[in-house]
Design a protein around this ligand. Sequence first.
Ligand code: ADP
Ligand code: MG
Length: 226
Amino acid sequence: MSLELNDVTLTYPDGDGVVTALDRVSVRVAPGELAAVIGPSGSGKSSLLAVAATLIRPDSGRVTVGDVDTLGLRPRELAALRLSKVGIVFQQPNLIPSLTVVDQLLVTEHMRARSVREARASAMETLAAVGLAGKEHRHPHRLSGGERQRVNIARALVGRPSALLVDEPTAALDHDRGARIMELIEEATRTFEVATLLVTHDTEHLGTVARVLEMRDGRLRALDPA
Ligand code: ADP
Ligand code: MG
């Protein structure tokens, strides 16, 4: 149930020409593995996540999510695939102010058409795994920034996706909170055996990450372990 990009190229229109955001990118992330992609602004990191999430179709190349080849899928089929196999952690948590922590998770569970009982059990288990046991019935304004980011991560994991895509998770946090969020993402990757692709321009918290790749001008290459 891995995540795989094979020889993926993505261009955007740019005046009379095009800008190449992804230039023949290949990467495979195994279940339970975290791969971190670093690179300067404009290097193609967000484009990489959007293509891996099947939100943007590349010009060429192949994207495989949890053993499903997405190449020939129609938009409706891609939407169903995203709901069942892809978890996305955007930089801003975007929690709904009027909902408690557990209800933030149940919104998407409702779309997955699970039974209420099953959905609640999965939500409570996921919240415990991210360290939010006892805070399930709080509203977002009674959480710290780090706790809100934990809810964001739990919400991406509650449907037990094959792939977890994370955009700049530490950007809005101070050093200690950022370090704890990175540890949490590594731990959750193993616990839920998800293939995690994380992008960041912040190299501060990568000390414990085994696999780091670098994006430059749309090209992706592995960095040697330090
Ligand atoms: P990063 O996330 O590393 O900052 P992006 O993937 O956002 O990089 O951007 C990669 C390149 O593609 C940049 O040159 C950027 O200007 C360009 N780009 C990104 N999104 C669009 C878009 N929607 N239309 C045109 N160009 C875009
Ligand atoms: Mg970006």
